[in-house]
Design a protein around this ligand. Structure first.
Ligand code: GRF
Length: 198
């Protein structure tokens, strides 16, 4: 039995910064017959550039500043989740959300929260992925979309895209190449995921 309404899946994107992946997801969701629609953007940082981008694209956005919550990450997440609930969010897409997710939110959104990570997982979870790929002498780099579980960048991988590592690459140059691949991969992976929901 289906527990979801008909029509595009209602998606919220969580960001902390520029939100270029967020923009790619919004654009994809605004196409005719899209499997999902981004109806809310949430940032843990009021200064995140992506908030204005979301507004310009006609998507509701809210900053839930983490600072008043201090070290109480779960209390911050309860405020974030209240915003998600107020918008009837079905699926959460993390996109450059630079904050560890607590078991509470993972449990609350179990199997319905995705992330994009700039490496070919399971290689290089965590930070500095591009520098680590270069230091290892990898011939290929890339990005992965995965389900969010309690372990950082450990959830089941739903999709990956690869890019070549070039001879004169710097972490910055490689990051730009991977980011372009992210913008292509994430909307496709999210659409496939949403189409498969009961
Ligand atoms: C992306 O590389 C994403 O994979 C990583 O942080 C970056 C965010 O970029 N987690 P943007 O905010 O989507 O432009």
């Amino acid at each position: 039995m289906s527990d979801r309404r008909s029509g595009p899946v209602r998606v919220a994107v969580l960001i902390s910064g520029a939100g270029s992946n967020m923009a790619a997801l919004i654009d994809a969701g605004q196409q005719a017959d899209a499997a999902f629609k981004v109806v809310l953007v949430v940032s843990n940082k009021p200064e995140a550039g992506g908030l204005a981008v979301a507004g310009a694209k006609g998507v509701a956005s809210v900053a839930v500043d983490q600072r008043p919550f201090g070290k109480d990450r779960e209390a911050h997440e309860r405020a974030v989740d209240a915003a998600l609930a107020a918008h009837d969010i079905e699926v959460v897409a993390l996109a450059g959300y630079m904050r560890l997710i607590t078991p509470w939110l993972v449990g609350r959104r179990a199997g319905r929260m995705l992330n994009i990570h700039p490496s070919l997982l399971p290689k290089y979870p965590g930070l500095d992925t591009h520098a680590r790929a270069l230091a290892a002498g990898d011939a290929e780099a890339g990005c992965s979309v995965h389900l969010v579980t309690e372990g950082v960048d450990e959830g089941p991988v739903l999709a990956r895209a690869t890019v070549p590592v070039l001879a004169d690459d710097t972490p910055w140059a490689l990051a730009q190449r991977v980011l372009a691949a992210e913008h292509n991969l994430y909307p496709r992976a999210l659409a496939d995921f949403c189409r498969a929901l009961d």
